[in-house]
Design a protein around this ligand. Structure first.
Ligand code: TYM
Length: 323
């Protein structure tokens, strides 16, 4: 039986937080058993924000270690580095010709990241980003894209791009759909109206490899409410308890909230303990993975996808009359 194709990527911009994990990476690990999966490191996507080139290689290796430590198995899925496959960039140039710029200007992420400055201070990579993402997806005929809620609009754009291209040049691409976990949007600890994000600051996030003491400190500072569990901060903490703690404990805090007597010191202590336990395997696994191992995983992945992208690009070029 031919397995459906799944593809997703994460940008190497630093350390992964529990939002990245529960929105995306955990799903990658589950899906690798039943689908033909491609998971890549989206390094070209990470260039449109300010970064130190001296750190980029380490960020890539670090993310590859995260993939393996979380449970991705190179025998069950293909793991590769986006920039090792130059055809992603080539396809994005071709796809750019079927996308009206208005579609790019209305992307929420573009608006959010550019609204605080004049357009002459916004790099074109930020605007073009969703077309590169469409190229990543359409290249592999991926049907389902496991992502967090914030990436929905980008996957929808990839659907539009596939349709525009197919209508103009003949059936070439599959229209992909997003695939979500039960927790597709984890909120910031300090500003719970916003999604957890590195760009808000380290104290807004729990990183997967945070040391226990750091986790305790961050949770103790998380915002709450007056005890009825209805404030956004409290809802966020209760949501985290539902994810990380035993159902019995979860129920206990829900009952406290219902009676408007949530004891936040207790809740925070419990959450910190359960988070630390949950993440301990990840922390230990990650320490054991070597740079050499990562080099091999990425080289093997590159070899595997080269055949696929060569064939797909030949079809695309034929359709548009350049091959
Ligand atoms: P990136 O690197 O910003 O995030 C990686 C994944 O983590 C999810 N995520 C969250 N999920 C729940 N709660 C949160 N607070 C949270 N923060 C982040 C994101 O939705 C994402 O799934 N454009 C992508 C990378 C990419 C890609 C692709 C993904 C490039 N090409 C092709 C899929 C297919 C991005 O910037 O993700």
């Amino acid at each position: 039986m031919i397995k459906e194709i799944i593809l997703s990527g994460i940008r190497p911009t630093g350390r992964l937080h529990i939002g990245n994990y529960f929105g995306a990476l955990k799903n990658f690990v589950n899906l690798q058993k039943d689908y033909q999966c491609f998971f890549f490191i989206a390094d070209l996507h990470s260039l449109n924000e300010s970064f130190d080139p001296k750190e980029k290689h380490q960020q890539i290796v670090n993310l590859a270690k995260d993939y393996l430590a979380a449970g991705l198995d190179p025998k069950k899925c293909t793991i590769f580095l986006q920039s090792d496959i130059p055809q992603h960039a080539e396809l994005s140039v071709i796809l750019g010709s079927v996308v009206p710029v208005a579609y790019l200007f209305r992307m929420t992420q573009f608006k959010e990241k550019s609204s605080d400055r004049a357009l002459d201070k916004v790099n074109a990579g930020l605007l073009y980003y969703p077309i590169l993402m469409a190229a990543d997806i359409l290249m592999y005929d991926a049907a389902k894209i496991p992502v967090g809620l914030d990436q929905t609009q980008h996957v929808e754009l990839a659907r539009d791009v596939a349709r525009f291209f197919n209508n103009k040049y003949g059936q070439t691409f599959i229209e992909p759909k997003p695939l979500y976990t039960d927790n597709p949007k984890i909120m910031s600890l300090l500003e719970p109206a916003k999604k957890m994000s590195k760009s808000l600051g380290d104290n807004h996030c729990i990183y997967l490899d945070d040391e226990p003491e750091v986790i305790k400190k961050k949770i103790s500072k998380a915002v709450t409410d007056t005890g009825d569990g209805k404030g956004l901060g409290a809802k966020n903490l209760l949501n985290l308890i539902a994810i990380f703690s035993e159902p019995k404990i979860n129920q206990q805090f829900l009952t406290q909230a219902k009676n408007k007597e949530l004891k936040y010191s207790e809740l925070k202590e419990q959450l910190a303990t359960d988070l630390i336990n949950y993440l301990s395997d990840f922390r230990e696994n990650k320490k054991k993975i070597t740079n050499q191992q990562i080099k091999k995983v990425l080289a093997d992945g590159q070899k595997k996808v080269e055949k696929i992208v060569t064939a797909k690009m030949a079809t695309v070029k034929k359709r548009i009359g350049i091959a």
